[in-house]
Design a protein around this ligand. Structure first.
Ligand SMILES: Cc1cc2nc3c(=O)[nH]c(=O)nc-3n(C[C@H](O)[C@H](O)[C@H](O)COP(=O)(O)OP(=O)(O)OC[C@H]3O[C@@H](n4cnc5c(N)ncnc54)[C@H](O)[C@@H]3O)c2cc1C
Length: 468
């Protein structure tokens, strides 16, 4: 199962040599010792061979790389943290613009702002902001890049209290398709800022992000509670009731999964289906015990590892469960509400999990996410209370197409009305992109695309196709 992005290989040696000589960063090409390392991305399902990997060191390098792609007519893949599930951050025979060397981060504790370069991961950003007891909503796995994550929306443990990452994006520096450098904020190019808050990488290369920060931790009450798979129906029902009453400081999820061989689970359940309820309480710690209690008594507790954790450590706690190199296909469905029919689909799908790596996540939105007006950001499906994420995985290519089919089946069973999340969509087609936005939001995104990228240079993404 691959998605191909082929392009021309017609790039002259002299052109490449001149390009490389002018770069502050480095160029990696086929045959170089580090080519195989640098061409790989997190998702092992995408094995591509770019013609050029430009490891850019700053804005000037970004402009040069965008200019090269445009002048040579080569496909351009933009890479922040390299966690694209559909493999958008690599490309056969084209140029990869790799921002991972650009990790400069500056926190302004007085104004509660952070400026971060686009190669930063959530691990990088959390380390700097938590130094001052501050944070912004980040990913559940800390190796995820701030760039792709934020541009698609950004769902994480702080979202019900502080909104999505995109909701906290107050400004960005952007290199556009014609190689211009523009700033987007509420005062300057506000429509571009609107597009960057959910519209993905369609409008240019963001070189730097500025986020609003919030007081968080540094200690939060967070963890997981594990229940027997046989009690899935009761746990799910109880979870939904508890979620409906949860304060904004508490963000939770259900993970219908397979018990990993970890010391905090009895050996008797290792490798067997299990229901995990996870949460992060980012308010006063004593009040957190009371707020999390309903989620920790939904059935027969196999293990409860909720504890007071440093926020930055909790952000990294799940990293080992999502290793690099495995074959991954994600699908998602937003739910207005998790009604009986949706619960049945989730339970039935759990009963047919195709392997021990594949999971069904149900994440509770609402709170601050639901209070943002739908037209304030291009992430606009604000009335959805939950999102279902299907994480379908196989260790290698063997059996991968079967789990992909299974995942597609789960999301289609959740109904045509559901809507999908660009960051959790493991493939692309026009219908999936349309399903990620309300019709008026999509029209507005097309207008913005027409203005900033009429030739669709930035097309390796959940693509907003220009209409000009
Ligand atoms: C293990 C794992 C856990 C995840 N957990 C979460 C989660 O908790 N919440 C959530 O919301 N999502 C999550 N995601 C999805 C994640 O948000 C997307 O995969 C996101 O695109 C990753 O961003 P990246 O910068 O790491 O990826 P990349 O592969 O580098 O980029 C993905 C795409 O984003 C665009 N892009 C990247 N950088 C730039 C830039 N500087 N300028 C313009 N466009 C750019 C490009 O189109 C690029 O192809 C997770 C993904 C993985 C693999």
């Amino acid at each position: 199962m691959t998605i191909t992005h082929t392009g021309s290989t017609l790039i002259g040696e002299a052109t490449i040599a001149e390009f490389a000589a002018g770069l502050r960063g480095t160029v990696v090409r086929p045959g170089d010792d580090d080519y195989d390392r640098e061409r790989s991305i997190w998702n092992g399902a995408h094995d591509r061979r770019p013609a050029v990997i430009a490891r850019v060191a700053g804005v000037a390098d970004v402009i040069r790389t965008v200019d090269l792609a445009r002048s040579e007519g080569l496909p351009l893949a933009v890479r922040g943290g390299g966690h694209s599930i559909p493999g958008f951050s690599t490309v056969d025979d084209g140029i990869v613009l790799d921002l991972s060397l650009m990790k400069g981060i500056r926190v302004d504790p007085q104004r509660r702002r952070v400026m971060a370069e686009a190669g930063s991961t959530w691990k990088d950003l959390d380390a700097e902001t938590q130094q001052f007891g501050l944070a912004v909503t980040g990913g559940l796995v800390s190796s995820t890049g701030i760039a792709g994550f934020t541009l698609g929306g950004g769902i994480g443990w702080l979202m019900r209290k502080h909104g999505l990452a995109a909701d906290n994006l107050v400004a960005a520096d952007v290199v556009t398709a014609d190689g211009q450098f523009v700033h987007a904020s509420a005062d300057e190019n506000p429509e571009l800022l609107w597009g960057l808050r959910g519209g993905g990488g369609n409008f240019g290369v963001v070189t730097s992000f500025e986020f609003q920060l919030h007081e968080v931790g540094p200690t939060v009450l967070s963890g997981l509670v594990f229940y027997p798979a046989e009690e899935a129906e009761q746990v799910l029902r109880g979870y939904l009731a508890a979620a409906a009453a949860a304060p904004d400081e508490l963000t939770t999820l259900v993970n219908m999964t397979t018990a990993p061989p970890v010391p905090f689970l009895p050996e008797s359940v290792h490798g067997k289906p299990i229901v995990a309820v996870g949460g992060c309480w980012s308010g006063d710690l004593d009040a957190g015990e009371e707020a999390t209690a309903p989620f920790r008594s939904l059935g027969t507790v196999i293990s409860d590892v909720f504890a007071a954790n440093p926020y930055a450590a909790w952000q990294q706690a799940l990293d080992p469960l999502y290793p690099r190199g495995v074959h991954n296909y994600f699908r998602s469905a937003f739910l207005r509400t998790a009604d009986e029919a949706a619960q049945r689909v989730l339970r039935d799908s759990f009963a047919t999990l195709p392997n021990g790596l594949t999971e069904i996540h149900l994440q509770h939105l609402g709170g601050a996410v639901g209070r943002v007006p739908a037209d304030a950001t291009s992430f606009a499906l604000r009335d959805r209370e939950f999102i279902v994420n299907i994480v379908a995985r196989t260790p290698t290519a063997e059996g991968f197409s079967d789990v992909v089919e299974w995942a597609r089946g789960v999301t289609s069973a959740l109904g045509p009305d559901a809507g999908t999340y660009v960051n959790f969509t493991g493939e692309t087609n026009a219908a999936l992109v349309r399903a990620s936005y309300p019709a008026d939001t999509y029209r507005r995104l097309v207008e913005l695309k027409n203005e900033y990228d009429p030739t669709n240079l930035f097309r390796l993404n959940q693509n907003i196709v220009p209409s000009v």
